[in-house]
Design a protein around this ligand. Structure first.
Ligand code: ZN
Length: 117
């Protein structure tokens, strides 16, 4: 293998899909950008994409907790956290995805873009 192999970091497809499913469950899919161009426009306008928002929040939480160590172990930060918890015999389920999407939901509620129940 080349020493210069590219490091690709990011949520694995399984966890990306879990975030997507949670965004859908909370009724936030209508705020998700339909394309990269859409996403760029949304960000430039100071908007918020709940899918990216939740993803970045989880990524940020992992970096805050463990620095960039995870990247050498597993390119998916969420898989890394799960692996660490297993190694430390922590058995309660990890709920960062639910938590991150709940933060997104609260943001859209506060902005009055979604009705509070
Ligand atoms: Zn993963």
């Amino acid at each position: 293998m080349s020493e210069n192999k590219e490091i690709k970091a990011g949520m694995c497809i399984e966890h990306w899909n879990q975030i997507r499913a949670e965004v859908e469950k909370q009724g936030l899919t209508k705020f998700v950008a339909k394309s990269t161009e859409d996403l760029v426009r949304l960000m430039n306008e100071g908007g918020r994409d709940p899918l990216m928002g939740a993803h970045n929040a989880i990524m940020g939480a992992v970096i805050e907790k463990s620095g960039m160590a995870w990247i050498t172990v597993n390119p998916c930060p969420y898989c890394f956290v799960i692996g660490q918890r297993k190694a430390n015999n922590i058995t309660e389920p990890l709920d960062w995805i639910e938590g991150a999407v709940e933060d997104e939901l609260n943001y859209f509620k506060e902005k009055g873009l979604i009705e509070s129940q």
